[in-house]
Design a protein around this ligand. Sequence first.
Ligand SMILES: [Zn+2]
Ligand SMILES: [Zn+2]
Length: 297
Amino acid sequence: MTDPATGVRPPAVARRLPGRAKRRTDVLREYEKFNADRRKGLPPVLWPFLAPDPDRYYRWRVQLACACIIERVTPDDQTPPSERRWRGGDGEPLPVGQLYCWHDGSGDVPYRTIVGWRDRREIAFPADPVEAPEWAEAEVWAVIRHDDPHTSAFWRVTLDCGHVEEVQAPTLDWKPDDGPRLADTTRVREMTEEYERLWASDPTLQPPEREREHTRRTLAAGWPRPRPERLCHTCPHARRIVAYQGVGWLVPRDSKPQPEYQAQPSRVALERQLRRAEAEAEQLRVQLAQHYEREDA
Ligand SMILES: [Zn+2]
Ligand SMILES: [Zn+2]
């Protein structure tokens, strides 16, 4: 809850949460199975970064604004889960203090204002079928269907809620600096009248309040393309972390077997190891660059 006097939300607190943590051995087994699968696709040189050993993880129980209590692990230190960035359902980082928890009854998908343009990608589409799909009237389909294969540009955008979505650009060469393209003012006036008449005439045709208000704002803004706002599919499931409880290391630190004597590798051996790691990393960079080139092509 936001404090009505200050507009500030209280920070997440560390406290004992109701219920019990899962059995450590179960969590460890689950992680090891997951990590083994993950390592299959990665060269060993990257394992410490992308698929670390379980002894680096600290366990937490986290209580969210949706009332769920879930478990998470964090690597290397005991920075509270409310001070980290977690990823949303689409893999994009969420604002600090939020965790993604998907369930039914999460409320409507809201419109949010676009506050930043990030990067773009192009997608090639085949020609649309001549036959109208189920969702379109034949006459409407005749107007909107693409007769030829075509390519569209899509931009990743940041919304004012801090989440990320993707929007289609009006044309392939459109850039954010160009600003939105507006429709002809006379046509916008006609459309406004048509919409209002339609909404007034047939209550059964009424779109949800959210869509009607969005259409009204779009018309008032001159029917811009791209639209200045976008539905945020992350908002309903991005939950504020309200409390957390440290559970302990995934592999207890005191019981971790320590080697009695570890021979120090020689300088030559270390240099050789480093060269090998660098060569392997370079090879990966080249492969990755080829991937980007293919994607760009
Ligand atoms: Zn939840
Ligand atoms: Zn959002």
